[in-house]
Design a protein around this ligand. Structure first.
Ligand SMILES: NC(=O)c1ccc[n+]([C@@H]2O[C@H](COP(=O)([O-])OP(=O)(O)OC[C@H]3O[C@@H](n4cnc5c(N)ncnc54)[C@H](OP(=O)(O)O)[C@@H]3O)[C@@H](O)[C@H]2O)c1
Length: 236
């Protein structure tokens, strides 16, 4: 059996999740998550050692089946990077819109962590939830995203305390605006022209995730806020 730590990254096909996989690939066994089996398989081919985790996180049965199929004995890290923006002005959002965003950003985080608990416990693993600056302060419009990320922060805080006796660490990483497809979608909603140069690089968020996963065992990086540094061209 491999000596390398085993890490499951949801949303590993694109954006921040993909940068996290790229960063970890050199010294970890990856399990790459995404909705589309072909895209997940293609993502896995980028790495020397990676397995697919193809499931729509809004489908509880599919997630449970996919976890069973992995047959995990141990899981050293579970990184929840999959997320949904669900942008829209409050007056335009239906209950179904709210439900869809909460399904991915909150319910799936709780459910997948629960399903992975035996393997996480076996490895004294670390759970990392990619939250957002929007999980710290809410600036409308787009309240559904902020509300889901506030809920994810509460969930993360609660899991940290509940799982501490089981030897499992829980970190919350809060990036500012990052150059990904989600940012393109947000710029479109805001009626702004997208320029990747204006935003944090996904690789910068991956660095924070690595820090949380590899912190010495006596330490837990409870909350990491990743904001634009002096060299960045924007301050969002
Ligand atoms: N971009 C930003 O500015 C920013 C800032 C702060 C925080 N964040 C957070 O960072 C995380 C990653 O965002 P990103 O910018 O990398 O997003 P992205 O480029 O839009 O990618 C989203 C990822 O989530 C996966 N995903 C979405 N819905 C899913 C579902 N129902 N089931 C399974 N996977 C699903 C997608 O998989 P498919 O490829 O299969 O669709 C994709 O891999 C999110 O939690 C986001 O809220 C982003």
């Amino acid at each position: 059996m491999s000596e390398r730590p085993v890490i499951l990254v949801t949303g590993g096909t694109r954006g921040i999740g993909r940068a996290i996989c790229d960063d970890l690939a050199s010294d970890h066994e990856l399990i790459v998550g995404g909705t589309d089996p072909a895209a997940v398989a293609a993502a896995c081919e980028r790495y020397a050692s990676a397995r697919p985790f193809a499931a729509d996180l809004t489908d509880a049965d599919a997630v449970e089946r996919a976890v069973d199929e992995l047959g995990l004995e141990r899981l050293d890290g579970l990184v929840h990077s999959a997320g949904l923006l669900g942008s829209g002005a409050f007056r335009d959002l239906s209950r179904e819109d709210w439900r869809r965003t909460f399904e991915v950003n909150v319910f799936a985080v709780a459910d997948l962590t629960r399903l992975a608990l035996p393997a996480l416990e076996e490895a004294s693993g670390t759970v990392v939830v990619i939250n957002s600056g929007s999980g710290l302060t809410a600036n409308g419009p787009g309240g559904v995203y902020s509300a889901s990320k506030f809920a994810a922060r509460a969930l993360t805080d609660a899991m940290r305390e509940e799982l501490r006796p089981a030897g499992i660490r829980v970190s919350s990483v809060h990036p500012g605006r990052v150059a990904t497809d989600m940012q393109i979608e947000l710029n479109d909603f805001e009626g702004r022209e997208y320029d990747a140069e204006n935003y944090l690089r996904p690789e910068s968020v991956a660095g924070a995730v690595r820090a949380a996963l590899t912190a010495s065992p006596d330490a837990n990086l409870d909350m990491v806020s990743v904001r634009p540094g002096p060299a960045a061209t924007n301050r969002a």
